[in-house]
Design a protein around this ligand. Structure first.
Ligand SMILES: [Zn+2]
Length: 411
């Protein structure tokens, strides 16, 4: 047992896995001490190299910043233990020992960093890197490899990993690299953050038209806002309808802007354009959803026209379907809402003042409508959209609106 030539982080691992009789009590105590020193962020001498394993200085864990969330995939439990402790000052580390389990956990949280050994039992670390990139494109991936698996690490970079470190790993370098990559992830998110605004003339218009799409935006971490232009006083008391709107917005994690234009007398200019413009200035959306012009309700048509004026600088503008939409409604974008259709129905149920009065709010009809549009996409339930404008300006990937399924057969 030549512990002195074993790198610091490895020493603890070796000692822990070696039976007591192979390691002297002094060596064991030394290894534990060195490990603890490194973990607690104190400078120490290890094998002649000066190691500063501090999580509290430099780029790592700056004061006041939210702690990172790291998914660690490492089958060596002793090493995983050390890494967890090393990174404790700057991140919450969730550890899993296999690629399969890690793949299953990718959707569990919004990860700031995926830190993975390249050699894993079962599935390959390479496949895992690909899965991680696909599941959370903005999360940085750091690969740990041995010299023997160096080529594999290079492959992992090609598969979408951001960087790799070869073992044995220097604690200070690991901490600095993790801090740097967490910052990279956050920068990507800040740059590519999608903000969407859905505009409706009356309470419940937006939820019926794009409830599933908005839930999907929220699930993808986008900022969602709803602008409702009237109190809906022709269909109930404004107080109750306002409470219902607030509850629905809560369920969509959306900010609600509720304006009191006159129900059934919404104009297409003046106050309507001004109200929409104010919401746009506040939200700075890159995507807007509004009424279609192919609608028998004059409020809906006027909101459509007012939106086109107020939203002339917005890169993506889509029109949704309402129960009063005419047969001329001509959608060309079909957004899958399979995972959100039940929650969309829960949103609609919130509008209790309307559900009893309006046949078009029947769950069966809402579900059947979404099911019908599914025929234009490879999905079971779909919300259809007319496209006014679709530009890729303002996002990192250009794929900011929930990706619509390819149109299979629109004929
Ligand atoms: Zn309406």
């Amino acid at each position: 047992m030549r512990l002195a030539s074993t790198p610091l982080w490895r020493r603890w691992s070796v000692v822990r896995r070696t039976s007591a009789c192979d390691v002297s009590a002094a060596e064991r105590a030394d290894a534990i001490l060195l490990h603890r020193l490194a973990v607690r962020g104190l400078a120490c001498r290890a094998g002649g190299a000066h190691v500063t394993a501090s999580g509290h200085d430099g780029a790592a864990g700056r004061n006041g910043e939210r702690r990172g969330l790291v998914l660690l995939v490492e089958d060596d439990d002793a090493l995983a233990d050390v890494v967890c402790e090393l990174l404790a000052p700057l991140a919450d580390v969730r550890w899993t020992a296999s690629a399969e389990e890690a793949t299953a956990r990718l959707g569990e949280a919004t990860w700031d960093l995926v830190l993975s050994d390249v050699e894993l039992p079962g599935a390959s670390g390479l496949e895992f890197a690909r899965a991680a990139k696909a599941a959370q494109p903005r999360a940085a991936i750091l690969i740990l490899s041995s010299h023997a698996s160096f080529d594999y690490a290079v492959e992992a970079i090609r598969a979408g990993a951001d960087d790799y470190m070869t073992k044995p790993i220097d604690p200070a370098r690991l901490i600095a690299k993790v801090a740097e990559l967490i910052a990279t992830t956050r920068e990507r998110r800040a740059r590519g953050r999608e903000s969407v605004l859905a505009i409706g003339a009356h309470p419940d218009d937006v939820e019926i038209g794009v409830g599933g799409i908005l839930l999907r935006h929220a699930a993808e971490g986008h900022d969602v806002a709803v602008l409702t232009l009237t109190g809906g006083e022709e269909g109930g008391t404004p107080e109750q309808r306002a409470r219902e709107s607030e509850r629905a917005a809560e369920l969509m994690s959306a900010r609600l802007f509720h304006v009191a234009l006159a129900d059934t007398s919404v104009g297409e200019a003046g106050a309507t354009i001004a109200a929409i413009k104010r919401a746009i200035d506040e939200v700075l959306p890159s995507t807007i959803y509004t009424h279609t012009a192919r609608d028998v309700h004059q409020d809906h048509r006027n909101v459509h026209h007012a939106t086109l004026v107020a939203a002339r600088g917005i890169p993506r503008v889509y029109c949704y379907q309402a129960p009063s939409t005419t047969v001329e409604f001509h959608p060309t974008r079909f957004v899958a809402i399979d995972e959100f259709v039940e929650r969309k129905l829960e949103l609609i149920e919130v509008f209790v003042s309307q559900v009893a009065l309006r046949d078009y709010l029947e769950p069966e009809l809402l579900r059947a409508t979404a099911r019908y549009w599914g025929r234009y996409a490879r999905a079971r339930y779909v919300e259809p959209l007319e496209v006014i404008r679709e530009s890729d300006v303002g996002t990192e990937t250009g794929a900011s609106a929930p990706a619509a399924r390819e149109t299979a057969d629109a004929g």
